[in-house]
Design a protein around this ligand. Structure first.
Ligand code: GRF
Length: 204
């Protein structure tokens, strides 16, 4: 709509609370990105309904209809290009990409992870944090690279782990912080203030 805003897609698989936070941030016409598409590999994902309610275009395509990771990623890539997307934000997108897809979008594809990376990669992240006995956890927005949860870090926020925390209480406290951090990180990338250069996040 507004000229100059970075055309951004959000990829989700589930409930989409980070998606809602990003859509809210982009409602401000002075925000440097606009959400032009929400894509899900899960038809009927709750996040798709949030996007529709906000008037954002949605597409869903199940990976189960494809015989290989590459074929699915090619279809996703086509959808993103049709929508003239320049930047991708993954928010609870539960598919690992093919290396070719990641390379194609290098420096233009972000993810949010609910720990202070490089601690606690993968799944059951909050259980890993509780098991390790850390007193501080948090969340990280990073550029996606082929290796899972290992990309150069764009932004992080720390969240205390409190006595008696469970996976539910800790994840809820971190999620609130994710909703603030992801729009801040998207702003930095959309304004060109952080770039992926030679495998590192370079800030200016
Ligand atoms: C978030 O905790 C995010 O960090 C992780 O998946 C969860 C997605 O939650 N990658 P939501 O769908 O945004 O509510």
């Amino acid at each position: 709509m507004t000229a100059g805003r970075v055309r951004t897609a959000i990829l989700i698989s589930g409930r989409g609370t980070n998606l809602a936070a990003l859509i809210n941030a982009c409602r401000d016409p002075s925000f440097p990105a606009e959400i032009v598409l929400v894509f899900s590999n899960v038809e009927g994902a709750e996040g798709l309904k949030r996007a529709e309610a906000a008037g954002v275009a949605t597409r869903a395509l199940s990976h189960k209809n494809f015989t290989s990771r590459e074929a699915f990623d090619d279809a996703v890539d086509r959808i993103l290009r049709e929508a003239k997307v320049s930047l991708i934000c993954e928010a609870g997108f539960m598919r690992i990409h093919s290396e070719a897809f990641v390379r194609r979008w290098e420096g233009r594809i972000l993810n949010i992870h609910p720990s202070l990376l490089p601690a606690f990669k993968g799944t059951k992240v909050h259980q890993q944090a509780l098991d390790a006995g850390v007193r501080v956890s948090g969340c990280t927005v990073h550029f996606i690279v082929p290796e899972l949860d290992s990309g150069p870090i764009i932004a992080q926020a720390a969240v205390p782990v409190l006595t008696g925390d469970t996976v539910e209480t800790l994840s809820a406290r971190i999620l609130e912080t994710e909703h603030k951090l992801y729009p801040e990180a998207l702003r930095l990338v959309a304004e060109g203030k952080v770039k992926l250069v030679n495998g590192r996040a370079v800030f200016s």
